[in-house]
Design a protein around this ligand. Sequence first.
Ligand code: NDP
Length: 221
Amino acid sequence: MTILILGASRGIGLEFTRQYLEAGERVIATARDAAGMQRLTDMGAQALKLDVSNPASISGLSWQLDGEKIDIALYVAGIYTTEGALSPPTQQQFDQVMHTNVLGAMQAIPQVAPWVEEAKGIFAFITSGMGQISTVESSFGWTYRVSKAALNMAVVAAQPDYPKATFIALCPGWVQTDMGGTGAPLTVEASVGAMRHTLSRVTPKDKAKFLHHDGRPYASW
Ligand code: NDP
């Protein structure tokens, strides 16, 4: 299989790269700086330079993937904020989060999805349960919540335009990474292992679903 991982320099994206390479798959993985790209190349991945918050950077993706059949594409890049509704985000904070978590995905979809369709593959977007509207009880991580809810909408809305691909929104759980912190219950190895298992069982019937890392569907968005 050919796996594309957007945002693979650290954390969940790096672990997806490691596990898929270990399983013998071909991995194309992106990082936004030379050190991140070197890390990926040293592991055996094909590294591409990509800053998802920069439309000029994303606009080069399609030709770099020209002719590929991508079985699984993963949009992993993301940034986090903790502030709630008592302290509104600055425009700069808002733009940074929305550009990375939402605009980047919306820009990546037309660049990448046609190559996923070539393989009748899966395009998975790493979202968060914090973006689930129906269960929210607190504004903690307000801007991040808004960005992941918007990402979920982008995924579901785009699905009909790419009928040969299966788009899913996938939550990794709360994971021990730079973002998740050391108090998180899931190791990055366990979260990614579970998500790989889930991805191996995804079929076209799962189009536009919102899934937990272990494959359980969310009851609502
Ligand atoms: P980390 O903070 O460990 O890693 C974030 C990754 O995103 C890094 O590879 C980083 O690259 C990349 N990234 C950030 N901004 C950009 C950008 N503009 N262009 C390209 N890459 C970028 O986070 P995690 O691995 O924990 O998170 C991965 C995904 O999982 C995120 O979407 C996050 O929202 C989601 N998630 C994580 C949870 C957790 O508990 N950890 C829970 C729920 C969801 P760089 O090294 O260059 O900064």
